[in-house]
Design a protein around this ligand. Structure first.
Ligand SMILES: [Zn+2]
Length: 278
């Protein structure tokens, strides 16, 4: 395998390489931050990619206009795991490759379910309950739908939902949905909400210690998940800030800027408002 010579830099990476962690679900149960894309390569070898958006980013520089490409890519195994990442580079190819890597670091677990009383099949084909996600001015609501409805959503949302393995859903979108990046991120954020509630695993009640009481409590006070995705946001924000600094401060050597952008994960694009929705 191509990761034979991979030298893990994190505890989780070492556990994956030496075979202590064999399933991607365990990564989320352990709650350790995922800092290495190789973890996803090994545990989800059949992951699919979809380039959501390629954009030209222009910056004025001392030396003149500088053209760069921003790629936004969604990845997923079409069976409960999806990630979204973006990256900027001087050429399209490297931008896509870096975005894929960032998408892997932003992988989330999507809890699916039937969720629809009209259907009642009990299979994990839709979202388990209504979830909402926001990014910039875009807000999306995903609602459980019966089997056979398909993805009643816009094209960008459909790509993210398909990679997550959601087959049927009703949706409502608000705001500037022509913003591809914000629409993709709002959909990703909505899917993230499905795993905030314990007691569901692919539509079936978890066998672990979760009690119905805990589930009820969490339903009333939704809070940030106490596991990987939450902490994975930290480096992403720092990355975003670093990039903003880099844009304001005078010339940054190409190499330095590359590093700053490499760290960044998904963030609100060209955030006119500067608002960061997580
Ligand atoms: Zn159903």
């Amino acid at each position: 395998m191509e990761h034979e010579d991979w030298e893990p830099r994190t505890e989780l990476g070492r556990m994956v390489k030496n075979g202590e962690v064999k399933e991607i679900g365990d990564v989320f149960r352990l709650g350790l931050p995922m800092m290495e894309a190789e973890i996803v390569d090994i545990l989800l070898p059949d992951i699919a990619e979809d380039v959501i958006d390629i954009n030209i980013v222009q910056r004025m520089h001392k030396s003149g206009r500088r053209v760069r490409f921003r790629a936004t890519v969604a990845i997923g195994n079409k069976n409960g795991y999806v990630g979204l990442g973006k990256a900027v580079a001087r050429e399209v190819g490297p931008a896509i490759r870096k975005a894929i890597r960032n998408a892997k670091l932003n992988l989330i677990e999507v809890k699916r379910g039937c969720g629809s009383w009209e259907c009642g099949c009990g299979k994990p084909h839709s979202v388990p309950f209504e979830v909402t996600g926001k990014s910039g001015s875009v807000k999306i609501e995903l609602l459980p739908s019966p089997r056979g409805i398909g993805l009643a959503a816009g094209d960008v949302s459909k790509k993210v939902l398909t990679l997550a393995g959601v087959v049927d859903v009703w949706s409502k979108t608000f705001g500037q949905t022509q913003s591809t990046l914000n629409t993709a991120k709002a959909t990703y954020n909505a899917l993230k909400q499905t795993s905030l509630m314990k007691g569901y695993y692919n539509g079936y009640p978890a066998q672990e210690t979760d009690t119905a009481a805990v589930t009820e409590e969490e339903k009333e006070t939704p809070k940030a998940p106490p596991k990987a995705p939450a902490s994975a946001n930290a480096p992403e924000r720092e990355g975003a800030k670093a990039e903003k600094r880099a844009e304001k401060t005078v010339p940054v050597a190409g190499g330095v800027a590359e590093v700053a952008e490499g760290v960044e994960g998904v963030e609100v694009a060209e955030s006119q408002s500067g608002e960061v929705v997580s």
